[in-house]
Write a protein that binds this ligand. Sequence first.
Ligand code: ASP
Length: 450
Amino acid sequence: MKIAKFGGSSLANAAQIKKVCDIVLADSDRRIIVVSAPGKRTSDDIKVTDLLIATAKARLNGGSYEDELNAVIARYREICDDLNIEDTLPDVIETLKSAAASDTTDAVTYVDTVKAMGEDCNARVVAAYLSSIGHPAKYCNPKECGLFLEHDAAGKAKILGESYDNLAELAHEKCICIFPGFYGYGRDGKIITFSRGGSDVTGAILAGAVNAEVYENWTDVDNVFAVNPNLVNNPFPITEITYDEMRELAYAGFSVLHEEALYPVYVRDIPVHIKNTNNPSSKGTRIVANRTRYDSLVTGIAGERGFLTITVTKYLMNHEVGFISKLLEILAEEGIPVEHLPSGIDSITIIARKKYFTPEKEEIVINRFRNEAKAETVKVDRDLAIVMIVGQAMEKSVGIMARAASALSTAGINLRIVNQGASEISMMFGVSEEYCDYAVRVLYKELFRY
Ligand code: ASP
């Protein structure tokens, strides 16, 4: 059994929905289909999810939300008309209206309830269309199917373990199941959504629940590329990549799937296959536990801004037991995740993300490092980008670091941090933010244009 998830651009209008249904019907193993809300039809269009968020906000602000809601209804009306399933429209309109008019006492739940309806209505539409052309399909409600979530301490949606057993039942359905992505239900029966792009997570959960042979993630590009296609022309396509490589690249801003979508398939060793709805015959990119092929020495290069360094010095630091753990304890108490910890004999640099280390936190942390850990100097530098070179095949080859460092030095890019060793499949460079994109281009030219 295959789980196929289709993103918003794959379902943006009737023509796209027909393509999706052709793909579904082309393989009888595609029995559980996860759908996003209709996305953008053109580059300046607005996603249905954004229209729904605007609807919810208008209501919460106490004004009329009619225009916003009508814009959503208009999208579905056009889709239903073009698919000749006008009978489905009243159900869709009722679903949207009742969510928009629901209880606003808890604003978070209210917004989640409204914005989840993009996926919900699209699942109803796709199921109705497939049935109308003679292929029995059913809309699956996440509550009835038992997709239960809760909020973690940071307010993020987290799956409850029992959901996997509940959802495994879908494997016994006789018809095609159309499951809305992006949301589930709390134990109290209230809707909870994942963060944006969360239909990827729903697909991964369902793939895990039924122990699928593959999790297909259908989008609008032929492959994942070795580097951000906005930075170089015609980047090298990735046909196969491991979960680990993907994680390393995602860390430096390589966004292909939702961050939480890999875990449910990773732990069950289910391959992910990224495919293009607009070009189904293209090979796509497979994300696997163990690679069978290497098309290049390096798999991908990515860079991300938004980091900072906190450099702490103390004479005889290496003799003092517990000094580093004290620093880490303070950061943990202040809720600041630590990314890397390169260290010297009497100094240590803590790399963190700027979004967690606000200027207010900076003052608190510096004082606590000085007073509680008795640090001698604490210096914060808010200008760091991380550039990662990732590739499983690098393990077996000599000289990549030398080539990378030499190319960067020829380009006049100062390397502030270098880290290789913690993970054998990646190397990391810290550069000033202004050099981030340039460094990625230089490395790509050096390592892929050989
Ligand atoms: N429709 C939601 C979004 O735009 C979820 C998704 O498409 O995965 O973020």
